[in-house]
Write a protein of this length. Structure first.
Ligand code: ADP
Ligand code: MG
Length: 838
């Protein structure tokens, strides 16, 4: 079979079954055993076991058995939670694994890299990660970076094998899995995949999703440490105080351990991980892939969005609209083919000749399509010409040329197209004519069209010159292409503006085109455009001054994006930057949040980015910002809740010691609460929708802390209120029911219901009535489950005995209800107070 036509789909599937997927065995599979080990190391688990041992020592078998039951519940819950975030991460990893362009059934298709098999024909282009070991059949200017394998970061030049070569391929005729194409294009045949590739043999692996620490995580870590220390000391004081004052060491130890169980701030890191992890998972459903999980939360603070014009703001579906030759122009629309005068044929003819035949670039594809339609049947389509050489686009010259030989001619024909300035330059035109063309370019560009100049040359000498300037070019005309703004972009940009986020457009296109598109998209353009050339002349201070009101950056080279990112950062902005090319990688890394395009983007850009937009759409970037704000707001609510919920527990543990009462809370009660608190903060608050007005407020200041004074005040106020009602419940319960157990019954029931009220009060901090509240299914389930459990504990004799409750009389129930309502009202009032103070 011919290596050059690739495989058929059935053949590829058969080989995949035979050889296995093209992936490396994962480094450290965290299996079920490892997870279990993690659960067993949980402090909560250890405390439970210790308490169970004490109960056994006290001879209380029933209590010990109940604790054992709770141990199982805790293990299962931890296990499920960990499994869930792990599964979410693995799904993300799959999505972010590299894809490869291969020929299947004679057509180029993009497939996940792990489905490649030996014999596949792979097409490589600048920016690709080589997906498997490949023998090169064709290569043009191909250089690759093999540093992953060799440690040598200098790119190496590769060559194709000659068609009749029967020797084994040499190293410079092969590309190895994991290396990076830094320049050029190539086609090659896969010779080794997965563990059989050079990379697989050395056992290296490509890390894909990082979970490095953000400031917020460090802050949480510090606070957890402090709280744990404080909690441990309070517990110790309680245990000692109890033991010394009453001479009962075992009960003292039990009280201390119970308190430790209750105030261990272990929820906080769990909350953070779950919020960010689930946030990433939610975003994946919106076609946004998170490569660095903490970026989710930082997005909410974004103040500047730097986005590409082509493909991000526009659809990247181009169409040739107008041709211009010698002062006359022609509008391409739905007319008959002979509506176009012959005078316009050459400009299209040479535009087609200067493009790739199998074009990936949408602009070249549009030119090819226009050629097929308008030149059909004419002598201007040259399917039988052969390509002799080509001169690619470069950063110095925005023009490309291709050199052709026709079957009957001895001379070579050169076709060039590119930015009009560059083409005019290549043609060495007199000033008057340059002026004339420039005016026409400005007119076309003002309609938002992308304008290209087209030129031709005849070349008779033997050796081709090294640069395009050495040809004797003759100007042919202009081609103007339309690339409409995406339909949802103006609305998304208006949303950004309302949310206090600046949107800056960066493009390699002409200033007038850039301005026109910016206007259509709804960007602010009073500052005028800033061109790449001008950018180079500005020093840092002058640039900072220009950045104050400039939103449109044109004729910018990818390398200049880095300077823009740095300049924005220097102003104190939080910058999100989009990019797709190889040269965008430094800017993507330098931005706070680098965003790569999944469809168009190269592997290099994807690897440098924090987020990947799978559908390349600006709208999903705004969605992501909305999520970022939501995650931050919900985290604050969850933390307030955790803070407030712990206060009454500490109070209930300490009060008996101080007041000489019997122990109120026992391990069973704490566990009951833990079953409410843990799922409540991680599930209910995570699922809470964005507050109605949140996208009408400026971004939070970058230095804003998660735990600030307002949050701590609110949490303390709510917690103290809750503690007061619970203590009142104990005293009134004792009075009403005439026993300590009656006091415990009321105190505990009020505490549980108060927790529900606390969740409800903190679910939304926005003014009521601003918008209908979204339903939160998780909260409903928790209310229902808690209600049932509480009813069991109050109503069923055996369960009540385990909790050391007295029989619940109507008077006690009424008392419970009244106090629960009071605590809920207090929590709601504190939220309102906080809002008014702001
Ligand atoms: P953008 O930022 O809009 O994606 P590019 O950096 O891709 O712009 O292109 C910048 C300019 O380079 C274009 O306006 C055009 O003049 C020129 N150019 C880009 N691609 C080609 C091409 N394939 N052939 C000729 N000129 C091109
Ligand atoms: Mg482009």
């Amino acid at each position: 079979m011919d290596k050059r036509s690739g495989l058929s789909t059935p053949e590829a599937e058969a080989r995949l079954r035979r050889d296995g997927p093209n992936e490396l065995p994962a480094a450290a599979q965290s299996g079920a055993a490892l997870l279990l080990w993690e659960v067993l190391r949980e402090p909560m688990f250890l405390l439970l076991v210790a308490c169970g041992a004490i109960y056994l020592a006290l001879g209380d078998r029933n209590e010990a058995l109940m604790l054992l039951g709770f141990v199982l519940v805790v293990i299962v819950m931890t296990f499920v939670q960990k499994r869930r975030s792990q599964a979410a991460l693995e799904a993300l990893r799959d999505l972010s694994s590299p894809r490869a362009l291969v020929m299947r059934d004679g057509k180029p298709v993009r497939v996940p890299g792990k489905t490649l098999v030996a014999g596949d024909l792979v097409l490589l282009a600048e920016g690709d990660r080589v997906p498997a070991d490949i023998e090169l059949l064709e290569a043009s200017y191909l250089t690759v970076d093999e540093s992953l394998l060799t440690g040598e970061s200098q790119p190496v030049l590769k060559q194709a094998r000659a068609a009749n070569d029967t020797e084994a391929a040499t190293a410079d005729q092969r590309c190895y899995s994991g290396s990076l194409v830094t320049q050029g294009t190539a086609q090659g045949c896969v010779v080794a995949t997965g563990p059989r590739s050079a990379l697989g043999r050395i056992g290296a692996s490509l890390g894909s999703i990082a979970m490095d620490e953000t400031p917020i995580q460090r802050e949480t870590g510090r606070i957890v440490q402090r709280l744990a220390l404080a909690g441990a000391s309070i517990a110790l004081v309680l245990a000692l105080g109890w033991a010394l004052s009453r001479g009962d060491w075992l009960t003292g130890l039990l009280a201390g351990l119970t308190l430790a169980m209750a105030i261990l701030p272990e929820e906080l890191p769990v909350v953070l991980t779950i919020f960010l992890g689930l946030g990433a998972w939610r975003l994946a459903r919106e076609q946004v892939l998170t490569r660095r999980i903490p970026a989710v939360e930082l997005l909410g603070a974004t103040t500047v969005l730097c986005v590409d014009k082509t493909g991000t703001l526009t659809r990247n579906q181009m169409e040739v609209r107008r041709l211009w030759v010698d002062g006359a122009s022609f509008e391409l629309a739905d007319q008959a083919v002979d509506a176009m005068a012959h005078a316009f044929h050459p400009v299209l003819e040479y535009a087609v000749l200067s493009s790739h035949r199998r074009a990936f670039d949408p602009m070249e594809a549009a030119i090819g399509a226009a050629g097929q339609r308008w030149l059909q049947g004419s002598e201007h389509l040259h399917a039988d010409w052969t390509l002799v050489s080509d001169y690619p686009l470069s950063r110095e010259l925005l023009a490309m040329s291709r050199v052709w030989r026709s079957p009957d001619q001895r001379e070579l024909l050169v076709a060039a197209k590119g930015a009009p300035e560059a083409i005019v330059d290549l043609c060495h035109l007199p000033a008057s004519q340059r002026q004339h063309i420039a005016e026409q370019v400005a007119a076309l560009a003002a309609d938002g069209l992308r304008v290209l100049g087209v030129a031709r040359a005849v070349f008779a000498a033997k050796a081709l010159p090294p640069i395009q300037h050495d040809f004797d070019f003759e100007f042919v005309g202009l081609v103007a292409l339309e690339d409409p703004v995406r339909a949802d972009v103006p609305a998304a940009i208006a949303e950004c503006r309302a949310a206090g986020i600046r949107v800056a457009m960066i493009t390699g296109d002409h200033p007038a085109t850039a301005l026109a598109i910016a206007r259509q998209a709804g960007l602010q353009v009073q500052g005028g455009p800033l061109s790449g050339t001008e950018l180079d002349t500005l020093d840092d201070a002058a640039l900072a001054e220009r950045l104050r009101d400039t939103q449109v950056f044109c004729r910018v080279r990818p390398e200049q994006k880095l300077r823009l990112v740095q300049a924005f950062r220097a102003r104190g902005d939080v910058v999100a930057m989009t990019g797709d090319g190889v040269n965008d990688a430094p800017a993507l890394k330098a931005a706070h949040i680098g965003v790569a395009m999944g469809g168009r983007g190269t592997d290099v850009a994807r690897e440098a980015a924090d987020l990947v937009l799978l559908n390349d759409d600006f709208g999903s970037l705004v969605t992501t910002i909305r999520y970022g704000r939501r995650v931050f707001a919900n985290l604050r609510k969850a933390i307030t809740f955790v803070l407030a919920a712990h206060l009454p527990i500490i109070g209930l543990a300490l009060a008996p010691l101080l007041m000489g009462w019997p122990l109120i809370l026992m391990p069973a009660h704490i566990l009951f609460l833990q079953l409410v608190i843990d799922p409540a903060c991680s599930i209910v608050f995570e699922a809470e929708a964005l507050e109605p007005g949140a996208m009408h407020q400026p971004p939070r200041p970058p230095q804003a802390r998660l735990f600030d004074a307002a949050l701590v005040q609110l949490g303390l106020a709510q917690g103290v209120g809750l503690l007061a009602t619970v203590l009142a419940g104990y005293l009134l319960g004792v009075q009403q029911g005439g026993s300590d157990d009656a006091g415990r019954t009321v105190a505990f029931a009020v505490l549980v219901l108060g927790n529900l009220g606390l969740i409800q009060a903190n679910r939304s901090w926005a003014a009521r009535g601003a918008a209908p509240r979204a339903v939160n299914a998780a909260f409903r389930w928790i209310v229902l489950g808690t209600g049932v459990l509480l009813a069991l504990a109050l109503g069923v004799g055996q369960v009540a005995a385990l909790f050391k409750f007295s029989a619940a009389s109507a008077a006690l129930l009424a008392l419970i209800a009244a106090l629960a309502v009071a605590s809920w009202a207090w929590c709601t009032a504190t939220v309102r107070l906080l809002r008014q103070r702001r």
